[in-house]
Write a protein that binds this ligand. Structure first.
Ligand code: NAG
Ligand code: NAG
Ligand code: NAG
Ligand code: NAG
Length: 405
């Protein structure tokens, strides 16, 4: 595998994104049954290393099939389907801004523009890396990295339930009924179109295989989905994303129902906003139905492997489910470990501090991830820490970690 090292030293090989948005599902992979029977599993996380039919994942090739299955399960039950690059696509770069026109036919197009700051980071020899920022960010971005700002709210609104189907993405797809995507998936689609435009415009000087994505809180949930659904994204940095991001639904539910801690759960989230698809409402009907979901967020994070993932968490807000994030991201690390790249995933939990502020003690950590995944330098990305008074409870992950590297 091209990302894994032979583990010759302390640092694994430098990594970059793939050159395709989504690897075609190999023909030999088993298709998802249309009449899938949902198992009720409330107190363990779904096993990433077994197919739905119970077959064990034993090789890299089988992991490709399993990852494709997990992606489809997220699309079907939680996020909605991500449309591929539309047939009509053109882009223009002017005034330090990338203008994208895309659509299903010549008379059904949308236009959106993203500023790139600063635009000409590239040297004569080398294109520059960039980071797609959802809304705004406090993440300290290295000076070599250009910032591309995506106004996610214009792509898919996220005010409350009345935002369902509102935004440019739905101007394009809503009327034709082609998609079930909730807001998070609509933003992921827009991020992919930005990378398409970077590929089409070498003169912008940005390397499309050295692109990161970040967002905080609700936009952090979105950053995680973007990273999981575009293999070109080299580094994903969800900041304080909580439930629906780097917390698992089942562990968040456990906090609320069994530990009496008021945190965000699937049941709350389906009523609050339109981040997820309408299909997910089924799993948020009450405090138990989330146990029927055939995937959970350790697997969403695992879809990012072997690319880079650094997520942060703030114990200052119970709502963000600190304990749940810790359990979930530890479970996710089993997938990075299976692929031979445990240190391509970092998780850093501190606080209390203001929501979405970037604390000083995380600066060197995020800098190491930028170095390794965007700047092509060696760096120690062994980051897994919490200030929380909790330890990982392995009863959530009753599986053996295979060697798939
Ligand atoms: C160029 O971009 C800046 C910043 O986005 C904007 O204020 C300005 O109006 C733009 N100029 C033109 C000619 O479009
Ligand atoms: C879910 O559990 C919480 C905490 O026990 C409770 O306050 C809430 O009413 C429950 N929701 C439903 C729909 O039962
Ligand atoms: C799932 O199992 C739990 C007990 O483990 C039970 O309380 C709950 O009602 C079941 N949920 C569904 C949707 O069957
Ligand atoms: C952990 O426990 C210590 C001592 O009781 C307390 O001061 C601290 O606030 C706790 N940390 C968290 C994140 O709950």
């Amino acid at each position: 595998m091209r990302y894994t090292s032979l583990l010759l030293g302390a640092f694994a090989t430098l990594a970059a994104g793939s050159n395709v948005e989504r690897t075609a599902v190999p023909k030999h992979c088993t298709k998802l049954p249309s009449d899938l029977e949902l198992k009720n599993q409330t107190y363990v996380l779904p096993d990433p290393f077994h197919f739905l039919n119970g077959r064990k994942v034993k090789s890299t090739a089988q992991w490709q099939c399993r990852a494709a299955q997990i992606r489809e399960l997220f699309e079907k039950y939680e996020l909605g389907y991500k449309p591929s690059k539309p047939p009509v696509f053109s882009s223009m770069f002017s005034n330090d801004t990338l203008h994208i026109v895309t659509g299903l036919s010549d008379d059904n197009t949308i236009t959106f523009s993203v500023p790139i700051d600063p635009a000409s980071k590239q040297t004569k020899k080398k294109k520059a890396p960039a980071i797609i920022v959802y809304g705004g960010t406090t993440v300290p971005i290295p000076p070599q990295v250009a910032t591309i700002t995506l106004n996610v709210d214009a792509i898919a609104q996220q005010n409350d339930q009345s935002s369902r189907g509102v935004g440019l993405f739905y101007d394009l797809y809503g009327s034709s009924g082609d998609t079930t995507a909730g807001a998070l998936m609509a933003w992921a689609w827009a991020s992919s179109r930005i990378i398409d435009a970077l590929e089409a415009h070498p003169e912008v000087g940005i390397d499309p295989q050295r692109v990161a994505v970040t967002g905080c809180s609700r936009n952090g949930k979105g950053a995680m989905v973007a990273g999981a659904f575009d293999e070109r994204i080299a580094l994903t940095i969800p900041q304080e994303s909580g439930s629906g991001g780097d917390a698992c639904w089942r562990t968040s539910r456990d906090m609320l129902v069994n530990q009496g801690l008021l945190t965000q759960t699937a049941q709350e989230i389906v009523g609050e906003n339109v981040w997820f698809s309408e299909a997910f409402d089924y799993f948020g009907r009450d405090n138990y139905t989330v146990g029927l979901l055939p995937v959970d967020h350790h697997e969403l994070a695992g879809l990012i492997a072997p690319r880079g993932l650094y997520s942060t968490s703030n114990v200052g807000f119970l709502w963000l489910g600190g304990w749940s994030c810790w359990e979930c991201m530890n479970a996710a690390n089993d997938i990075f470990t299976a692929l031979g790249v445990p240190d391509h995933q970092g998780f850093s939990q501190d606080g209390p501090h203001d929501h979405c502020a970037f604390p000083d003690d995380q600066r060197s950590e995020v800098a190491a991830f930028f170095s390794r995944f965007l700047l092509g330098r060696e760096a120690d990305t062994n980051v897994f820490r919490t200030v929380g008074n909790w330890t990982f409870d392995p009863s959530w992950t009753p599986w053996a970690v295979p060697d798939l590297s």
